[in-house]
Design a protein around this ligand. Structure first.
Ligand SMILES: *Cc1c(COP(=O)(O)O)cnc(C)c1O
Length: 504
């Protein structure tokens, strides 16, 4: 191990998972190796029904681990201590908005009167729920400048597919069959994937030297085959698309729609809206922007909003408020149908509802302003040490490049990520967006304090000087303080070995 300050120097602000011997020091065996025949977590009194012997009727019983409750809970508790999370420390994973999620909103989602309501209950007995959903719909419209939402899609990517199906329904209603979706080079991978799934061909639009959509490339891609453009704004480089109004105008002129990937909504709340920019269809990632912790694969919610004139194609049923103050579910006239059972991931929607109402419009604006301030502070703090490929200021996130380190010492963005693990921090997004060589995409979010940003800066600056001092050798050796060392990621994905292997 190289000589450097211990991870606990940063530990208060990072996760410090690596600095605690219990968490990082000892191997945790598989639960199968804790197994002892006949041991049980609990025992029920005999039912009098004979046990099923393995050779009865050729039934093969699964080879489950046999452990006591104490060993079972100990095993999983030790594993949870190795978990990094937004509750533990700084999580600057660009594009993902891994902000800290206040616990109050979990409590709202756990209220029995909300959580225990059966999704098939009649409208008469679920007026409160419907009113919440309707109010959330209105709030999301106010935040985005759209006219109506569906709350059904369970994630951003599902929202993208929903939005493109809505676009398809719109074009079919005009008797048009359009086959192409434009996607900028800097777009998230889900954009072309959703376009393909919706039956479109993707055409990539180039990025200009400012990190924005290249207008010449856009204009040359436009034709009457184009159904829509999918645009993230601010884009994944953390830059506001300066020509966004013109982009939407050009798309409309060609009879196409403008789709807003709302994953970066955290940058613009209360400041501007996709509606003002000229977009027709929007998805939001409530699990990024509105208080649901994510990263473990869900559940999330990706509500889709549309401008006036497209409501009739939205999935349904949607909650609507009648004139007499009651609510009812209504299927839009030309709905594309359901995209999720019942009302989507309702508990995630409840968190978003509670978060939006408790912040209010002033609070949401402050959220975005603080996210912008934190990102710009960090960009300035790191730009003397790391290469900044685009722009001298940013929106809520920014991208650094490790290409100088790669040229000099063969050190990649991923190696820097591993060095951050040794210092108790979750690394930024690496190798995305694809337009930046050896990208390190950093999104501090509004929930982090100045002290956290300073601690992260110290770690990043120290990493850079250590790379210089060791000519890259320490980068290749990292991580050294985590439960497992460097993993061959291709092998790990294709031939996973799930037994605990002592590190060499
Ligand atoms: C996260 C993200 C998505 C996909 O959203 P999910 O909710 O993970 O499906 C799409 N676009 C961008 C820019 C994102 O950051």
């Amino acid at each position: 191990m190289t000589d450097r300050p211990s991870a606990s120097v940063y530990g208060t602000y990072g996760g410090s998972a690596a600095s605690t011997p219990l968490m990082g020091g000892s191997e945790e065996p598989l639960i199968f190796s804790l197994s002892s025949p006949g041991r049980r977590a609990f025992q029920l009194p005999s039912t009098g029904v004979p046990d099923l012997a393995p050779d009865d009727n050729n039934v093969e019983l699964p080879a489950l681990p046999e452990v006591s409750e104490r060993d079972l809970v100990g095993h999983y508790t030790r594993l949870t201590h190795r978990q990094y999370s937004v509750d533990l420390g700084f999580y600057p994973l660009g594009s993902c908005t891994m902000k800290y999620n206040p616990k109050a909103f979990d409590e709202v989602a756990e209220m029995p009167l909300l959580k225990d309501v059966h999704p098939l209950i009649s409208a008469q007995f679920s007026q409160g729920w419907m009113e919440i959903m309707w109010t959330l719909d209105r709030a999301l419209c106010a935040i985005t400048g759209m006219s109506a939402f569906t709350l059904q899609p369970p994630a951003g990517a599902a929202g993208e597919l929903t939005g493109l199906l809505v676009a398809g329904a719109y074009h079919r209603s005009l008797g048009e069959h359009r086959t192409v979706v434009l996607v900028p080079e800097s777009a998230h991978g889900t954009n072309p994937a959703s376009a393909t799934l919706a039956g479109y061909r993707t055409v990539t639009v180039a990025t200009d030297s400012d990190g924005c959509v290249d207008m010449a490339s856009l204009e040359s891609s436009l034709s009457e085959d184009v159904a829509a453009i999918m645009l993230t704004n601010p884009n994944t480089i953390g830059i506001f698309e300066k020509d966004v109004v013109e982009i939407c105008r050009l798309l409309h002129e060609a009879g196409a729609l403008a789709y807003y990937d709302g994953a970066n909504l955290n940058a613009i709340m209360g400041i501007t809206t996709p509606g003002k920019m000229g977009f027709d269809i929007v998805h939001l990632n409530t699990h990024k922007t509105f208080a649901t912790p994510h990263g473990g694969g869900g559940p999330g919610a990706g509500p889709v909003g549309v401008r006036a004139g497209l409501e009739q194609y939205l999935p349904g049923p949607r909650p609507v408020l009648n004139e007499d103050g009651t609510c009812q579910w209504k299927m839009p006239d030309h709905s594309i149908g359901r995209v999720h059972s019942y009302n989507g991931n309702a508990m995630v929607l409840i968190r978003a509802f509670a978060y939006i109402l408790s912040n209010g419009s002033d609070g949401l604006k402050k959220v975005s302003q603080t996210a912008l301030l934190n990102a710009n502070w960090l960009l300035k703090a790191l730009s003397g040490t790391y290469e900044v490929p685009y722009g001298s200021s940013c929106m809520h996130e920014f991208v650094l490049s490790a290409s100088t380190f790669k040229r000099r010492y063969g050190v990649k963005a991923q190696d820097i990520a591993k060095m951050l693990l040794d210092r108790g921090f979750h690394p930024p997004t690496v190798s995305f967006p694809l337009v930046v060589d050896e990208a390190l995409m950093i999104e501090p979010t509004e929930t982090e304090s100045l002290q956290t940003l300073q601690a992260f800066t110290s770690a990043m600056v120290e990493i850079a000087s250590e790379i210089e001092a060791t000519k890259g050798a320490s980068a290749k050796a990292a991580p050294e303080r985590t439960p497992v060392g460097r993993i061959d990621e291709a092998q790990a994905a294709r031939h996973p070995i799930v037994t605990a292997v002592p590190r060499t």
